[in-house]
Design a protein. Structure first.
Length: 454
């Protein structure tokens, strides 16, 4: 007797690039059978007319902050589940909201809405070892302490190190390299970075990240390439990444499907001169929380928010749409959300990225064929995370992380005014073999597990 039998759907076979008419049987957290004449099940799901897909994998997002949630309920993890994500990677851009072990302890007790993996963030460690000056390089002693903490975090299952270079421009290349001194050559790990500078600084920033890949011997994930290069030099940025890839470096990138970026107003991203640098005006910057919720900046409001509400997230409507599409279409780029919320406020990408990518970019704009699109949000990130022997494909023996959706209707609904609205077109998500979501309703928010690096 199966736990779940999914009948009548079209099963996404990404390796052979075909939709197979078959039923899917789930038992004890695994996909145990794909075919016809499956045994009886405790729960039968009618998936007629829909695609039965591997659950989506978000390689770049920002987990909840326990100092805000108090570990009571979730914020972004629920948005992830509602948009079909079954596995998400936190600790990006150098920033952990708390020690990954805190998340592990919580999820051991009560699970979570999605599976979580984590980077250990360099900027987070800078803070822990006492370097709170974003303009200052860390001392040799601080670098040594961070390097040891990196080793410990990796030993405890972190997937690698993330950097938020733009958020602490005082960090030197020697510091970036130094924190990896005990993990050099570990090609089972992954580095990722929020680049040093965007726009005119994008290409030298890509050189810096490729240098880190070469000098550490660790694969490198360039984070949210859109906000780095969608100001006029995306073609050059993609060509440069391709050049490094062709030279033998394991460099890939991710990108989100929106022409607006988001970060906190107090961060160094908004240091003096930032707007001139990217060719933007104060009015392009939208604030997201009281007393300025959905207010576009003036010089006065911008300065007041930076001074008095530095943690507030803003949305910067500053990137070129055609370059967003160019990035998403590139074979070295996977789609990731960079989702980021503070008390449910922020940018809609955390609730809309994957349905938007499949609906707007793949179906409507035909940016790439359906299987290439699906691969960018399932198999490609699974492979990057070395989870592809158990996740990212829908095959017998794989983890039963399954997203069932209608390819004709799937679409994001979250907006800048209402950034956590659930998408349309996803009828069900099964996570670790249990039904987690039906329609837009989370029926079991505890199916997700903390995953230590395999
Ligand atoms: Zn970032």
């Amino acid at each position: 007797m199966l736990d779940i039998r999914i009948t009548g759907g079209r099963v996404a076979d990404i390796k052979n690039r075909q939709l197979k008419n078959a039923d899917v049987g789930v038992k004890d957290g695994k996909i145990v059978q794909i075919g016809t004449d499956l045994p009886e099940a405790a729960e039968t799901v009618d998936a007629a007319g829909q695609v039965v897909s591997p659950g989506f994998i978000d390689i770049h997002m920002h987990e909840e902050d326990f100092s805000i949630t108090q570990k009571k309920g979730w914020d972004i993890a629920e948005c992830m589940l509602r948009m079909g994500v079954t596995t998400a990677v936190g600790g990006n851009c150098g920033s952990n909201r708390q020690q990954p072990s805190e998340m592990e302890d919580l999820m051991r007790l009560q699970g979570g809405p999605v599976n979580y993996l984590f980077f250990i963030g360099h900027n987070f460690l800078r803070d822990l070892v006492g370097n709170r000056d974003t303009r200052a390089a860390s001392t040799p002693e601080q670098i040594e302490q961070m390097a040891r903490r990196v080793k410990d975090a990796v030993d405890e299952g972190a997937i690698g190190v993330s950097y938020g270079i733009e958020y602490a421009r005082g960090m030197t290349y020697e510091e970036e390299l130094g924190v990896c001194r005990y993990i050099l050559g570990r090609d089972d790990l992954l580095l990722s970075a929020h680049y040093r500078r965007d726009a005119a600084g994008a290409l030298p920033s890509i050189d810096e990240m490729a240098g880190l890949c070469r000098d550490t011997g660790i694969p490198f994930q360039i984070s949210h390439l859109s906000s780095c290069s969608a100001y006029g030099n995306m073609r050059e940025a993609l060509d440069l990444i391709q050049k490094y890839r062709d030279s033998g470096l394991d460099v890939l990138a991710d990108s989100y499907p929106y022409a607006a970026f988001s970060t906190s107003i107090g961060s160094d991203v908004f240091a003096p001169g930032c707007l001139e640098w990217i060719g933007a005006d104060y009015g392009d910057i939208e604030l997201t929380d009281a007393p300025y919720e959905h207010v576009r900046c003036t010089k006065e409001i911008f300065e007041d928010a930076r001074k008095n509400y530095p943690e507030m997230y803003v949305v910067a409507h500053v990137m070129r749409e055609e370059e967003i599409a160019m990035a998403l279409a590139h074979p070295l780029v996977m789609t990731a959300s960079d989702g980021l919320y503070r008390s449910h406020k922020g940018h809609p990408r955390g609730a809309g990225t994957f349905p938007r990518f499949l609906g707007k970019y793949v179906r409507e704009e035909k940016l790439c064929d359906f299987f290439t699109g699906l691969e960018k949000i399932t198999a490609m990130p699974a492979k990057r995370l070395r989870l592809d022997s158990r996740k990212g494909y829908l095959e017998e023996g794989y983890d039963a992380d399954i997203t069932i959706f209608d390819p004709e209707t799937i679409l994001d609904k979250a907006t800048f005014a209402d950034p956590q609205l659930a998408p349309e077109g996803i009828s069900r998500v099964i996570l670790n073999g249990k039904t987690a979501l039906i329609g837009q309703t989370i029926v079991n928010g505890g199916c997700g597990r903390y995953i230590r690096r395999p």
